[in-house]
Design a protein around this ligand. Structure first.
Ligand code: HMG
Ligand code: MG
Length: 298
């Protein structure tokens, strides 16, 4: 059977906006986060404390956190290293996420580190975060395929993912950064992790919809028992350092399917749609989500 209830982990303000060409006003970002929380999304990842030259779109992370106040301190933020952690701690962040790569090429492109060196960067970051009482999520990117390396073997992903998780994370999010995964591959990957001793409750799925497979992949993961799904309002998103990465699974598409399956999620669909339509107006282009287009203006 399928789970009765799932948690939607909203990444629109971070994964969505990190890839926008236009710089979005910090006040607009704060409004975006507030509206998503008001729509019932239980977790909204707000921004990244990465190098501002690497991701100029999120260079205003500190200002955004200040604008959000106490609500912002409950929002997870991306942190790649100790410098990022210091910046996040100064603003009272309570949830951080590190982000590792399953492949050598993407570790270089995204983190300026080799596959092995990334652990040396994350280890003290996670240790200090845990000592300060923070919750740590770990992402692993390129779990299904890599634009430079091609197919990525399940064993390699499981090896990297377990190593990241074992640094002290509470959850591991498996990223299909460029959206090439298909439903059978999802089953095999989740099976690889459970055979390696990880429990289903420790895993989350992070699908990008580049090839239109995100919902099929989600159904496959639901069948495997996974209960946390990353999604982005309106299907915004992509990674600026991954060739051909496009938007995440749209939150609205996910909510529509979950409701149809009778799976509880706690999100007000129309409020998310209205938020995405408003955001699309700010960005000057329509949302790629089919559900947003169907329900816009209802
Ligand atoms: P680096 O150049 O190797 O950094 O970049 P460094 O450690 O050599 O430091 C160089 C300088 O940068 C130093 O300054 C540091 O203080 C400064 P200097 O002493 O020369 O004046 N610095 C920083 N400043 C502000 N904040 C920081 C920071 N760190 C160093 N955090 C680094 C290494 C990791 C920083 C860089 O590669 C980087 O910022 N990468 C981020 C890339 C990124 O954000 N990608 C998108 C997110 S991942 C994603 O989208 C995938 C995901 O959605 C899942 C999926 O879909 O698969 C999560
Ligand atoms: Mg992503």
């Amino acid at each position: 059977g399928l789970p009765d209830r799932v948690t939607i982990y909203e990444v629109g303000p971070r994964d969505g906006l990190q890839n926008e060409k236009a710089l979005v006003d910090t006040g607009v970002k704060a409004e975006f986060v507030r509206r998503l929380l008001a729509a019932g999304l239980p977790i909204v990842e707000a921004t990244s404390f990465v190098h501002p030259r690497w991701v100029p779109q999120l260079a205003d992370a500190a200002d955004l956190m200040e604008l959000l106040g106490p609500a912002g301190q409950d929002c997870p933020v991306l942190v790649p290293n100790e410098r990022g952690l210091d910046r996040a701690l100064e603003l009272g962040a309570r949830h951080i996420a590190i982000f590792g790569s399953a492949t050598e090429t993407f570790a270089q492109k995204n983190l300026n580190r080799s596959l092995d060196e990334q652990f040396a960067m994350f280890e003290p970051t996670v240790r200090r975060a845990r000592d300060a009482g923070l919750d740590v999520r770990a992402y692993v990117s390129m779990c299904f395929g890599d634009p430079w390396a091609g197919a990525v073997p399940v064993d390699q992903v499981v090896g990297v993912g377990k190593r990241l998780f074992d640094l002290g994370a509470s959850q591991l999010s498996l990223g299909d950064t460029i959206g090439v995964g298909t439903a059978g591959h999802v089953t095999a990957l989740v099976g690889g992790f459970t055979e390696a001793g990880m429990s289903i409750d420790q895993l989350a799925m992070h699908f990008h919809d580049t090839y239109g497979q995100a919902l099929a992949n989600t159904l496959s993961a639901l069948r495997a028992g996974i209960t946390t799904y990353d999604a982005s309002a309106g299907g915004l998103g992509g990674c600026p350092y991954a060739k051909s990465a496009t938007g995440n699974l749209a939150t609205e598409d996910l909510v529509w399917m979950l409701t149809g399956l009778g799976i509880e999620h706690g999100v007000d669909l129309q409020q998310v749609v209205d938020t995405s339509v408003w955001m699309a107006g700010q960005l000057g282009r329509p949302s790629p989500s089919a559900v947003v287009r169907a329900l816009a203006g209802s």
